[in-house]
Write a protein that binds this ligand. Structure first.
Ligand code: PLP
Length: 351
């Protein structure tokens, strides 16, 4: 090991208070967290310590200027208690892409990877094994440095916390295609997993919830004519037997699940088109019966089929398919993640 991590173990584990057969998403937290501070221009020696409250100055810039970025990953345990991550290098790279945009210092690969792996060793017992569950991993960095001046902070903190989790969505997902608000703009920070992007989505999402939907499908900020992505998922649309997804740009998060789905689908002969797709094309396909599926793809929900979408006051129901692309692709990707099948891509990383 090239970096030294000081480990302070919890005195009394909370694990016996957790019902691993009834896990919700991201609500209970494992015993430990990984912490690494960036002070005076360099990352300090990291620690693994009991998960718990932290102390910050009221003038810490995270509170005033929202300098914060995060990642979302999962750890899986197979029947033989082996622990796996899925494409963790992608998350490390993206964390730094997000950080750069927010003027947050980049994290060296060894601190991120070794910290993550050590944390999973320490809290291995928290990785659930029941079907559809996993240990959700939340690495995040925020401005801990002080000051009311609107400029980047001097000091930052990286924390990795984990939460044994079950399914993200339960039941049939209803989405509203957004006609007024936007989650991101050209030249903005939509491609970054920056905390503020999500805060800005809550209000329009709440308006959709009040109308009976779960989520918003965002459209482009300029014309609202093109489908972009969902709250924390990229979106795929199946017309006849072709899978269509929007190209990534500076308004769209470059999802690891998205690129994995594209690769797996192509490799089994599904035609995939990465191109702009307009709302009117989707409505037209819904009307003439060629619209077969819409699903979201993201680490938290994996693949989440949409049952209904609403647009301009009309609800459109998707057909219920017995052998959907969503179900097949979800099985294939989770079988790779959980070591139930051969991984021809080298995506699965044993810890
Ligand atoms: C995290 C996220 C995704 C999905 O990315 P994954 O790497 O697949 O988890 C998609 N869209 C947004 C806005 C996100 O925050």
């Amino acid at each position: 090991m090239s970096i030294h991590i000081q480990i302070q173990n919890i005195e009394n584990s909370r694990i016996d208070s957790v019902d691993f057969n009834n896990l919700s998403f991201g609500k209970v937290f494992s015993d430990h967290m990984f912490v690494c501070d960036y002070i005076n221009g360099s990352w300090q020696n990291p620690t693994i310590e009991p998960y718990g409250p932290i102390t910050l100055s009221p003038s810490a810039k995270i509170f005033h200027y929202g300098q914060s970025v995060f990642e979302g990953m999962k750890a899986y345990k197979d029947a033989d208690e082996n622990v796996f991550l899925f494409r963790p290098d992608e998350n490390w790279k993206r964390l730094n892409i997000s950080s750069s945009r927010l003027m947050i210092p980049e994290v060296p690969e060894d601190i991120f990877m070794e910290g993550l792996k050590k944390l999973l060793e320490v809290d291995k017992a928290w990785i659930p094994t029941s079907d559809g569950s996993s240990l959700y991993i939340r690495p995040f960095i925020f401005a801990s440095g002080e000051g009311f001046h609107a400029s980047p902070a001097d000091n930052y903190r990286l924390i990795i916390a984990t939460a044994p989790s079950g399914a993200y969505f339960a039941g049939k997902v209803r989405v509203a295609i957004e006609e007024k608000y936007a989650r991101a703009a050209n030249g903005g920070v939509g491609f970054a997993k920056a905390g503020g992007n999500y805060a800005a989505q809550f209000y329009p999402t709440q308006l959709a919830i009040e109308k009976g939907y779960h989520q918003v499908i965002w459209t482009d900020d300029n014309t609202h004519e093109y489908i972009e992505e969902a709250g924390a998922m990229n979106v795929f649309i199946r017309i006849n037997d072709t899978l269509i997804t929007s190209p990534t740009n500076d308004r769209i998060l470059d999802g690891v699940t998205r690129k994995s789905v594209i690769q797996i689908a192509q490799d089994q002969g599904i035609s995939v088109e990465v191109r702009k797709i307009s709302v009117s094309e989707v409505i037209e396909a819904a009307k003439n019966g060629s619209l077969k599926e819409i699903f979201g793809a993201g680490t938290a929900a994996v693949i989440s089929p949409i049952a209904t979408f609403g647009y301009q006051g009309t609800d459109y129901d998707l057909p219920e398919l017995t052998e959907s692309f969503a179900a097949t692709l979800k099985r294939q990707i989770t079988d790779i993640q959980t070591n139930k099948t051969h991984d021809p891509y080298g995506w699965r990383v044993q810890v």
